[in-house]
Design a protein. Structure first.
Length: 403
């Protein structure tokens, strides 16, 4: 209980309020709502906005809890969140520390988004083949956005820096609310009638999911799809994706990126390209001069080398070389033939039958002069002749057997 007439410090007041909330709700409280927004800190903590038809509450899902829970939070998810209600002393903000999450169903906004997304997908609205290509050097660029704020200033600044020759045509519209989508559709119709616009940017700065509902409008999606002019969208935060983004020819993460995308070739890159071309041409010119100088020197050398006197001298030199080779070949040939003769002569000596007879062997012939190699070739009464190293004798076979 707060003491009457006591003066409290800010910290004491926040602590007392937090204590009172815990006393009233108990340790843990279950809250039903739809997740409309999620941001993640560098430390991995998730900061979530939970909403219903009339109100919203900030929730904190610490990294240690996020890693343990089975249901991971997503935008559009209708959930039951169990958590501890407290007040963050530093800012006095009322928040819910999440302990667990139960997924009930998709929230009505996300459900409508998914239904329209599926319908347009079946009709081919998201096909890459239907996306229109941007021109490299747009002369006229139309921008549909709020006429005030940082979005239009950033777009103007970047386009003027990247392509000063482009003419910007600003078309104001409602950035959110019931009139948002219809105002953008009217601007698209006006731009189409001009017949001189090369590209269109539809841009809106960051906002909550509720602020971006009108960009999920079916009529707006069909206007974007039917446009004959390429359209780049940059709607909401980088993590937000609307039906308009899906149907557009290119989706940019931010309005500044959209301005860069729609001017693909900047004046700086053109200057750089021209300098590179100049450097390349100078280099090619130097190479050409060097190549032609070398060609001329080669021709001069050829004239000298192919003169009649030079040819005659070359022929003499070639002839001397051939005669020298011929002499060498002839000497080698004679030597090889001599060696072959010596080898053959030696072979004949080794194979001469008389050389065998000198060692005490004999050769026996029959009446026909054929040498006898086996006793079976001799019969009783046959006349045979035996050759010795120094003569021969004739004999008559009286007996023939194996032993």
């Amino acid at each position: 209980m707060l003491e009457k007439d006591k003066i409290y410090s800010v910290t004491e007041l926040n602590v007392a309020a937090s204590f009172s909330l815990n006393q009233f709700f108990g340790n843990l409280t279950i809250v039903e709502g739809e997740i409309s927004q999620i941001s993640v800190s560098q430390m991995g903590h998730h900061y979530i906005s939970l909403v219903d038809e009339e109100s919203s509450i900030s929730c904190t899902l610490w990294k240690s809890k996020y890693e343990k829970i089975s249901i991971k939070p997503e935008v559009g998810m209708k959930v039951l969140i169990k958590g501890k209600i407290n007040i963050y002393n530093k800012t006095g903000s009322f928040q819910l520390d999440i302990q667990s999450i139960r997924n009930l169903e998709l929230g009505k906004f996300q459900l409508a988004f998914e239904k329209l997304k599926e319908k347009l997908k079946k009709e081919g609205f998201f096909e890459e083949s239907n996306k229109k290509q941007l021109v490299q050097y747009p002369k006229n660029i139309a921008v549909i956005t709020s006429p005030t704020g940082s979005v239009i200033k950033d777009i103007i600044k970047i386009i003027e820096r990247r392509n000063p020759a482009s003419v910007l045509h600003i078309y104001s519209c409602y950035a959110q609310g019931d009139k948002c989508s219809s105002s953008i559709c009217r601007r698209l119709v006006q731009i189409e009638k001009r017949n001189d616009v090369d590209a269109i940017i539809i841009a809106r700065g960051g906002g909550s999911t509720e602020d971006l509902i009108e960009y999920n409008n079916e009529d707006l999606a069909r206007h974007i799809y039917k446009s004959k002019i390429p359209i780049v969208t940059a709607i909401g935060h980088e993590t937000d994706t609307t039906i308009a983004d899906l149907v557009s020819d290119i989706r940019a993460a931010t309005p500044s990126e959209a301005a860069e995308i729609i001017t693909p070739v900047s004046i700086d890159s053109v200057k750089k390209n021209l300098l590179e071309k100049k450097s390349y041409l100078n280099e090619q010119f130097k190479k050409s001069i060097s190549s032609n100088r070398s060609f001329i020197n080669l021709k001069r050398s050829n004239i000298k080398n192919y003169s009649p006197l030079s040819k005659i001298n070359n022929y003499y030199q070639t002839l001397d070389h051939l005669l020298e080779n011929l002499n060498q070949y002839y000497n080698v040939y004679i030597e090889n033939k001599r060696k072959e003769k010596d080898i053959l002569q030696n072979s004949l000596i080794q194979l001469n039958p008389l050389k065998i007879l000198k060692r005490g062997y004999t050769v026996t012939y029959n009446n026909s002069g054929k040498s006898i190699k086996s006793y079976r070739e001799c019969l009783e009464g046959d006349l045979i002749s035996t050759r010795f190293k120094d003569g021969r004798i004739e004999s008559k076979v009286t007996k023939s057997d194996k032993n």
